[in-house]
Design a protein around this ligand. Structure first.
Ligand code: ADP
Ligand code: MN
Length: 308
């Protein structure tokens, strides 16, 4: 544990996440349901799917294992469990990150407490979670230019990154959600051509993910989509503007003349946060998350067409 430090690049969510010295890994404190989800993902999907088709696992950060921190204070007897995941930001130099929570229903009927259920129904009704089946939870973006209300953001002057908080996403409506998605892609000084390509590539990913989820029997409440893209133009140049829709495991890294390893990923889309997720064999696809992805696809189609 002493080699780990605070993970500084969250777009949303709770504190307490950690990373290692090289920042290859992401440690998240979790409860039993999330541990179960990751171990079931490894067990039940192994070898069961067609090699040519994407499976749920291809969209989820690689699960390395579980780490338990023993409580050494002697005060409480509770240990903290961390899932150890691949750090999705590995290889990026100046990533922009957006966390979008999926679903109109934000709680699992089987496990939720009454007070929490009422609160989450209200959050859904008052936000685009209810109207569109998704909601922007937060962003961590390069501070390029912004006229955003100051109550929605915080600037880190050392890194020149701004964190856009959950109240921004909660205050969006069906009438201005497109602009919020635009904002995510406008916060960089990348060439317009790259910005268009990014919107097109994320659209392709959303469509592929939709198809994967049609074949997946899971229920994911309050899970998120994590959008990540590189804003450092020199990395785009170095990699010849080649942004793969789905990063290939084996070809993920290349070496230059100095034998330095470079990741090839310039942008990616992943599913994260399975604190309230479970496998539901025989129960068909998760309509609750599919609705949100359908609406995102519509918005990204518009985005792509405007940018032609
Ligand atoms: P919470 O349960 O607190 O909402 P999440 O699993 O949603 O936790 O993670 C919180 C934030 O951490 C996300 O918004 C995202 O920015 C970041 N994050 C989550 N998983 C990873 C990962 N594997 N690699 C890098 N960043 C991650
Ligand atoms: Mn989350």
């Amino acid at each position: 544990m002493e080699n780990l430090h605070k993970f500084e690049h969250q777009a949303a969510g709770h504190e307490g996440t950690l990373t290692d010295e090289d920042e290859y890994l992401f440690f998240k404190p979790v409860l039993k349901q999330e541990i179960d989800f990751y171990s079931n993902l490894n067990n039940q999907l192994a070898g069961s799917v067609d090699d040519n088709e994407l499976s749920l696992k291809d969209w989820i950060p690689k699960y390395i294992g579980l780490l338990t921190e023993n409580d050494t204070t002697g005060l409480k007897k509770e240990n903290i469990n961390y899932v150890v995941l691949e750090n999705l930001l590995r290889g990026f130099r100046k990533p922009n990150i957006m966390d979008i929570k999926l679903g109109k229903i934000l709680y699992d009927e089987q496990t939720v407490t009454l007070g929490k259920k009422e609160r989450l129904i209200k959050v859904s009704n008052d936000t685009t979670s209810g109207s569109l089946g998704f909601r922007i939870c937060g962003m961590r973006v390069y501070n390029y230019s912004t006229e955003l209300d100051h109550s929605y953001m915080e600037l880190d002057e050392d890194t020149n990154y701004i964190t856009i908080n959950k109240f921004y996403g909660r205050s969006r409506t069906i009438d201005n959600i497109d602009e919020a998605i635009d904002l995510f892609f406008s916060m960089s000084n990348l060439d317009e051509k790259i910005k268009h390509k990014l919107a097109a590539n994320f659209l392709s990913r959303l469509q592929l993910l939709y198809n994967t989820l049609l074949d997946s029997e899971v229920r994911m409440y309050s899970s998120s989509l994590l959008f990540i893209y590189e804003t450092d133009q020199s990395r785009w140049e170095f990699l010849d503007y080649q942004d793969d829709i789905i990063p290939d495991d084996i070809e993920d890294e290349i070496l230059d003349e100095d034998e330095t390893t470079y990741c090839k990923t310039l942008s990616r889309l992943n599913l994260i946060d399975f604190a309230h997720s479970r496998f539901t064999p025989g129960e068909g696809p998760d309509e609750n998350v599919l609705v949100g992805i359908e609406n995102l696809i519509r918005i990204f189609e518009k985005e792509k067409n405007c940018n032609k």
